[in-house]
Design a binder for this molecule. Structure first.
Ligand code: IPE
Ligand code: IPE
Ligand code: MG
Length: 242
């Protein structure tokens, strides 16, 4: 029995069901072009479009994109404001494409700091795409892995129940999806930056120096090929020796 990630296990051999991506490097991409950081965030949206299309075409069931961490609130107010405006615009502009491609959108994170208008737009986009069958696109905004574990524990405790592995896991904001089998981080940093701390317990971690605005289908294919060659042991022994 695997206690960790009970819902994981590829439907297609070698293909992860759930891929999570830390989209990093927008600021450096812009700076390298002598442009302000928001220019990189705008270019990053185009990369999101490419990767979402590619993931869907390859049969990925769930794609989670880390777009804004709880710690990103520390950024200069102007950058934060522009990122929120970008999210607002993108949610509206991309809806027809999500619908046409059968993509269901979910937005996870602590949203109490968002404007009422942004929260309403998120709810509307989730509702409109709720029955789309091709792929679930999860966007993590205002998300933190530590926050996720704490809010899950608080929900269990509020019911007066014991905090067990299964009870806690069932309250994570990602509870309805399998844990990501593959995590990709662009931008060259080899760290998790408070992303899905619980869910990544046994994920394969793929780090690349490519800056997010340059991410494209071949990058995803490289990561998927690398993943297909990994042996996942979950603390056990190699299959040949079992
Ligand atoms: C990732 O790119 C996007 C967000 C965190 C919002 P960055 O903005 O962190 O870009 P770098 O890492 O500074 O290049
Ligand atoms: C991680 O990138 C968060 C997102 C991509 C949304 P950061 O740029 O915030 O991470 P650090 O500060 O380099 O760890
Ligand atoms: Mg960064």
């Amino acid at each position: 029995m695997t206690r960790v990630s009970p819902k994981s296990g590829p439907a297609t051999p070698g293909l992860p069901r759930h891929v999570a991506i830390i989209m990093d490097g927008n600021g450096r991409w812009a700076q390298a072009r002598g442009q302000p950081r928001p220019f990189g965030h705008q270019a990053g949206v185009k990369a999101v479009r490419r990767i979402v299309g590619a993931a869907r075409d390859r049969g990925i069931e769930v794609l989670t994109l880390f777009a804004f961490s709880q710690e990103n609130w520390k950024r200069p107010p102007l950058e934060v404001r522009l990122l929120m405006e970008l999210l607002m615009t993108v949610l509206e502009r991309e809806l027809p494409d999500l619908q046409a491609n059968g993509i269901r959108l979910r937005v996870i994170g602590e949203h109490s700091g968002f404007s009422a208008a942004l929260r309403a737009r998120i709810a509307e986009a989730e509702q409109l795409t709720a029955r789309n069958p091709a792929m679930t696109l999860v966007v993590a905004v205002g998300y933190g892995g530590q926050w996720d574990i704490v809010q899950a524990a608080q929900r269990v405790a509020a019911r007066g129940e014991a905090i067990t592995h299964d009870a806690l896991e069932a309250e994570l904001v990602t509870a309805e999806w399998p844990a990501p089998e593959l995590l990709i981080r662009t931008g060259g940093e080899c760290r998790i930056s408070n992303f899905m701390l619980w869910q990544l317990a046994y994920s394969e971690l793929y780090f690349t120096d490519v800056l997010w605005p340059d991410a494209d289908a071949p990058l995803l294919d490289d990561a998927l090929r690398w993943y297909a060659g990994r042996e996942r042991r979950f603390g056990g022994v190699p299959q040949a020796q079992a």
